[in-house]
Design a protein around this ligand. Structure first.
Ligand code: ATP
Ligand code: MG
Length: 649
């Protein structure tokens, strides 16, 4: 094994001030699994209930009766929990700091202002005929109105379905149809990296598709003032709808199990799944994980770089931080604009304490060398976080050293759209860090490893990652398709939630996510995850990013096919290919020896920045015709280039 890992022990000063040190983590974790009812009844106190729940946990993973309910007889309103209850103590404190795509644009919105804006829109939605239980589709830029729209829906009991603003008209149409959504909220255009994206045009195109006539209203925020077509009777300017509204709107009393939102997965492994999340358990879990994993303290500026179109944006830009009365930074643009130093500059400008981002962003910066961060000091940072993919140890170390100035713990957070919140991550005051490991389960989470027959594996081992019991943030179903929910997550292993990911547990009980189970390689009978080989390559000075897939091989069953993106200063020569093959052989062993290396100027990624190995697998196998669902691909031209340059002739 290649891991001669560095260990970064918890710093004493960090532990002394953290919400949980090691002792507290262990005690709380033990209680959370020994007595989930008692534990979560206590944790539910962090919510302002209208009617306090008396029934805490009612969950079954039995394939014949998958049924997940938390706090089922409680009632609450999620928007009131994120806004109203903070008005007295921190009405004039910032709730959202918005940073525009243009470095000269920013805006600070206090809790009082956010409350007023939310109430106005909530009243406007009611006037437009939106009622409790209706689904509202949001297709928006990263502007404050996106947060306002989510909270306004929650306020009146409407269910939001956020569609990432980078998606095509077809994706919007599918999601409008899938949810029977009668209203879309959008903007004239979004601005990212100086470029304008015609959101309203895309909505117009989406609503010409068959089946979309359920949608009768489109509410349009004026973001750029760009030209838009107008359909009278259907289209309404946001400003016109909200201007005359009252700044008060009574928050609807909702059941804990009433839906809060529908959200689609990233589509890394197939057609995206529209998960249904509900109110009471979700909010409890989002708030608690935000507090403990990010060790969030009152008054700190916290920045999650995700888009609200992903679950990370839902739980850790909006609901978790706002439920906790935090200050959440919302960034409209991209980290590379106007220069690659932008992320650090934003940290300095707003004195960000906690920065939560993705491995893809770290690797992109790393490819430009250490000086890429020279335009900022990032002195204000105290904690870093990572989510979305396994973070290669090399990228972890760079994140720690260059961005965090060697003083910020990194919380590598493993979770999924389906889980609603963080599941495996180091609490920074409690758990020693190992670069590349998501480490230990959060309170109430019982992970396990099973073999392909579903037998539980003990001790240090490698297997399929499952979760043995429910936690409050768990998705309750797939929208309008409970059967697919049951089949996808509960039919593979009896009585367990199957994550679709593989993991390794080491001697210290730390979890290492090895990649998607669908992507596991089987070379001459040896099963290998993708993460380890990719991390080995990324550790080479010439390599910026790597993706590993299997391809049919006469002798070995599967051979190892590797796509490599080089750093700015490296040359793609045959010599280098040989060197990389040697490098992996030496680092991991001859069994992992790459058969084919193809240079890849870019890799196919989902719009949330994850490598889509299923497409690379098809290209490697020379099955370029049926690439499957490519609707969530960020840049389809990358695929054409790779097919053209395919290494096997
Ligand atoms: P789809 O389910 O449609 O294929 P997706 O799984 O990429 O898409 P998400 O729910 O956004 O959609 O992503 C969850 C997945 O991302 C996890 O199952 C895991 O594979 C990966 N992931 C997220 N965070 C981490 C992490 N910290 N370490 C390793 N993998 C991670
Ligand atoms: Mg998934």
């Amino acid at each position: 094994m290649s891991e001669q890992q560095n260990v970064y022990p918890v710093r004493d000063d960090f532990a002394a001030n953290a919400w949980a040190d090691q002792e507290k983590y262990q005690a709380m974790y033990q209680q959370s699994v020994d007595d989930p009812e008692g534990f979560w009844a206590d944790q539910a106190e962090r919510i302002n209930w209208i009617k306090k729940p008396t029934k805490i946990k009612h969950t079954s993973f039995d394939i014949n009766n998958v049924d997940i309910r938390w706090f089922e007889d409680g009632t609450l309103n999620v928007s009131a929990n994120c806004l109203d209850r903070h008005l007295e103590a921190r009405g004039d404190q910032p709730a959202i700091i918005w940073e525009g795509d243009d470095p000269n644009d920013s805006e600070t919105i206090t809790y009082r202002q956010l409350h007023e804006r939310t109430c106005k829109l909530a009243n406007a939605l009611k006037e437009m005929g939106v009622a409790k239980g209706d689904v509202v589709t949001l297709y928006m830029p990263m502007i404050p109105e996106a947060a306002v729209a989510m909270l306004a829906c929650a306020r009146i009991g409407a269910i939001h379905s956020v569609v990432f603003g980078g998606f095509s008209p077809d994706a919007v149409a599918q999601r409008v149809i899938g949810a029977d959504s009668k209203l879309v909220i959008t903007a004239d255009e979004s601005v990212r990296g100086g470029k304008h994206v015609p959101l309203k045009d895309n909505v117009d195109a989406a609503l010409t598709r068959p089946g979309t006539d359920v949608c009768t209203k489109v509410l349009v925020v004026k973001r750029t003032g760009g030209d838009v077509e107008w359909k009278d009777g259907r289209d309404v300017w946001y400003q016109d709808a909200v201007d005359h509204q009252s700044t008060d709107c009574v928050a609807e009393e909702m059941g804990a199990e009433d839906p809060l939102f529908i959200l689609y997965t990233s589509g890394s492994t197939g057609a995206p799944k529209g998960l249904k999340h509900t109110s009471g358990g979700y909010l409890t879990y989002a708030a608690m994980t935000h507090q403990y994993v990010f060790d969030y303290k009152e008054g700190e500026v916290y920045w999650c770089t995700a888009d609200v179109g992903w679950v990370t944006g839902h739980s850790y830009i909006i609901y978790g931080p706002l439920a906790n009365g935090g200050i959440t930074l919302m960034f409209e643009g991209v980290p590379s604009y106007p220069t690659h130093g932008r992320m650090g500059e934003i940290v300095d400008k707003h004195k960000v304490s906690i920065l939560y981002t993705a491995p893809t962003a770290v690797r992109a910066l790393m490819a430009h060398g250490d000086n890429v961060m020279d335009s900022s000091t990032r002195e204000s940072l105290r904690l870093l976080g990572s989510v979305g993919e396994p973070i290669n140890p090399e990228a972890w170390e760079w994140f720690y050293r260059v961005i965090g100035n060697e003083k910020c713990p990194i919380v590598d957070t493993w979770w999924q759209t389906e889980t609603g919140g963080i599941m495996i991550a180091p609490l920074p005051g409690a758990i020693d860090l190992k670069p590349g490991s998501a480490t230990m389960p959060f309170f109430g989470v019982v992970p396990a490893l099973v073999d392909n027959e579903g037998n539980e594996l003990q001790g240090a081992n490698d297997g399929n990652l499952v979760i043995m019991d429910s936690w409050p943030g768990q998705a309750r179903s797939i929208w309008n398709d409970h059967e697919r929910f049951v089949q996808t997550y509960f039919s593979t292993y009896k009585g367990m939630y199957f994550t679709g990911d593989g993991a390794r547990r080491d001697e210290d009980g730390y979890y290492w996510i090895t990649g998607r189970v669908d992507d596991v390689l089987n070379v001459s009978g040896h099963r290998m995850g993708t993460a380890e080989i990719e991390s080995s390559l990324v550790a080479h000075e010439a390599v910026a990013e790597a993706a590993v897939v299997g391809f049919p091989h006469d002798i070995k069953g599967q051979g190892i096919y590797i796509y490599v993106t080089l750093n700015d200063n490296a040359e793609p020569t045959d010599e280098l290919k040989k060197e990389l093959i040697k490098w992996v052989r030496k680092d991991i062993g001859p069994i992992a020896s790459p058969d084919i290396i193809q240079w890849a100027p870019g890799l196919p990624k989902t719009r949330s920045g994850k490598i889509m190995r299923r497409i690379l697998r098809k290209i490697a196998a020379n099955e370029c015709e049926g690439l499957g669902d490519t609707s969530t691909l960020a840049d389809p031209s990358v695929v054409d280039d790779l097919i053209e340059q395919r290494a096997i002739k």
